[in-house]
Design a protein around this ligand. Structure first.
Ligand code: NOJ
Length: 554
């Protein structure tokens, strides 16, 4: 894979950081994070060396899905601040060279959005067609078999009109009708509203779902080959999303984004399990999304061959000009420190090395930089409607949304002492920013140093990537002209042979600067970036370590 075209795009070499504002920092003592709290902690974000923030929704919302149910796309919810606070955040971040991406939620609105309130007044209301309505099915009941991602039928009856409306998520999140021209025009206005205000781009919520089958056909039953989520719901999502017409909308937004200088960034929540489907959202490589999240990566176990298959499979399918994005955590999945690492420090460090050194844009979720694990919550603590519905088989998304721990004292620096935070502080007391700050062996220092290395090493920033043969359990790739990244995702020591250079950064910091002449030995769950003198012909030669690794080449 080459280094990619348009190397001037700020986000290619960049690291983005997701702020979930409700859980980041509470500046006004109501137990809920807010935008002033983000402003107050910009120096921390600056100290990481990030290039941009993806801010989860802070728009006006009844918070049925904690902001992913928008009642006004062009205003800030009073819980989080005001438009002026957001302007200040954009300006203060900008002063530090950090750009702000907002979250755009175009698949659905809140039931409290004025368009839906108007649509409910009757079939003749001009806003009615902005949503997806249908008469009951032939035997009464929902018009088709579509199920909501959050459980149950995707249709709710509006008793006033006798028709059902579609909601791929909660009943309080009615799906918009993307066949309707007024919806398209309104969203173009929303994009421009924010882009003109200095917002650098959008993370686009379920951007693959927008257009629904015009005939509202039933989804076919799931088969054994389908991803677990479709099997769990008993149907393959064919007609309630991923329709070809969605590409036209993204292409139109790309055209608008590219009119700005610098072009505004479109980072899609491409929530698909299939890599071919994922790369389709890059269009020809330059005419749809700039970036699309890789859900197969999030779903893969922390295993060298599984992760490698996702990375190589993605790279092999990407059209020229497109650029991958790698992440291990977000507000909807168990944190990588738990899901991949089970709280183990070596694995946490290795996971961060992985995400920050692959060829592509890296996205961290708040707390990743201190190795934050999922909160452990009781049934009575749950607030996520999905967790409440599916507990105990699935606890929902509250565990990965517990407040950011800034220090070990009462309130964790998230909220003033004595205030009850909106979700319990789930973190172990020793995992917090203050205690890790300045500690050369901490996860926080590792992350800062990895990002600094990425910035100062052109190979890591934009260099091409080539996988090297490694023993089982290990994974190594060369970036650019000679920077090597090697990971041991196993309980045994391994040896990667033919490596010449010096350890630029190891997950075991004691190894930084260590010369490597011929073979890099890695202990269990250890990884390193090795900077080189120019690569010699034998760089990719690999041997297993005697009696420890398998010695098998792939
Ligand atoms: C994806 C978001 O990340 C998630 O939090 C939300 O519940 C759904 N989309 C619906 O907007």
């Amino acid at each position: 894979m080459d280094g990619g075209e348009n190397q001037g795009d700020w986000w290619r070499a960049g690291v983005l950081y997701q702020v979930y504002p409700r859980s980041f920092a509470d500046s006004d003592g109501d137990g809920i994070g807010d935008l002033q709290g983000v402003i107050d902690h910009l120096d921390h974000l600056d100290s990481l060396g990030i290039d941009g923030i993806w801010l989860s929704p802070c728009h006006r919302s009844p918070q049925a899905d904690f902001g992913y149910d928008v009642a006004d796309y062009c205003d800030v919810d009073p819980e989080y601040g005001t438009l002026e606070t957001l302007d200040t955040l954009i300006a203060e971040a900008g002063r530090r060279g950090i750009r702000i991406l907002l979250d755009l939620v175009p698949n659905h609105t809140s039931e409290q959005h004025p368009w839906f309130r108007a649509a409910l007044t009757g079939r003749d209301d001009p806003h009615r067609d902005r949503y997806v309505w249908a008469d009951p099915g032939p035997e009464g009941g929902p018009p088709n078999n579509w199920v909501s991602t959050f459980g149950g039928s995707a249709w709710t009856l509006d008793p006033g009109s006798g028709q059902y409306y579609l909601h791929n998520f909660l009943p309080g999140q009615p799906d918009l009708n993307w066949w309707n021209e007024d919806v398209r025009t309104a969203f173009e206005d929303i994009l421009r509203f924010w882009w003109d205000r200095g917002v650098a781009g959008f993370r686009i919520d379920v951007c693959n779902m927008l257009v629904k089958d015009a005939g509202l056909r039933d989804n076919p039953p799931a088969t054994a080959e389908d991803p677990w989520v479709m099997r769990a719901f008993g149907q393959r999502w064919v007609y309630n999303g991923n329709r070809p017409e969605t590409h036209q909308i993204l292409a139109r937004w790309r055209e608008l984004a590219d009119r700005y200088d610098p072009p505004r960034l479109l980072l899609g929540e491409t929530n698909v399990e299939d890599l071919d489907q994922l790369v389709s959202y890059f269009g020809s490589g330059t005419d749809e999304l700039h970036l699309g999240f890789n859900f197969p990566m999030l779903g893969a176990p922390f295993d060298a061959s599984a992760l490698r298959a996702v990375v190589e499979g993605t790279e092999a399918r990407m059209p020229a000009g497109a650029w991958p994005v790698w992440t291990g955590s977000n507000h909807d999945v168990s944190r990588m420190a738990t899901r991949w690492a089970g709280g183990d420090q070596s694995r946490i460090r290795l996971a961060l090395l992985l995400v920050l050194t692959l060829r592509g844009t890296a996205v961290l979720y708040q707390g990743d930089e201190i190795g934050l694990t999922d909160g452990v919550l009781a049934r009575g603590d749950l607030l996520d409607p999905v967790g409440i519905r599916f507990y105990p088989s699935y606890p929902g998304r509250d565990p990965e949304r517990t407040p950011m721990p800034w220090h070990a004292g009462p309130g964790a620096g998230f909220t003033p002492p004595g205030v009850v935070p909106w979700l319990p502080l789930g973190a172990p007391a020793e995992v917090n920013v203050a205690d890790q700050d300045g500690d050369p062996d901490s996860v926080l220092t590792l992350v800062r140093d990895l990002i600094a290395l990425r910035r100062s090493t052109p190979d890591l920033a934009l260099g091409a990537s080539e996988t090297l043969p490694t023993p089982d359990g290990a994974w190594a790739w060369r970036r650019g002209t000679g920077t090597l990244v090697a990971l041991n995702l196993s309980d045994r020591s391994v040896e990667v042979g033919g490596v010449e250079g010096r350890v630029a950064l190891g997950t075991d910091r004691a190894r930084d600067g260590e010369p490597v002449a011929g073979a890099l030995r890695l202990g269990p769950w250890e990884g390193a970036v090795v900077g080189s003198s120019p690569p010699g012909p034998g760089l990719a030669t690999v041997t297993g370590s005697e009696g420890l690794g398998t010695g098998e080449e792939r």
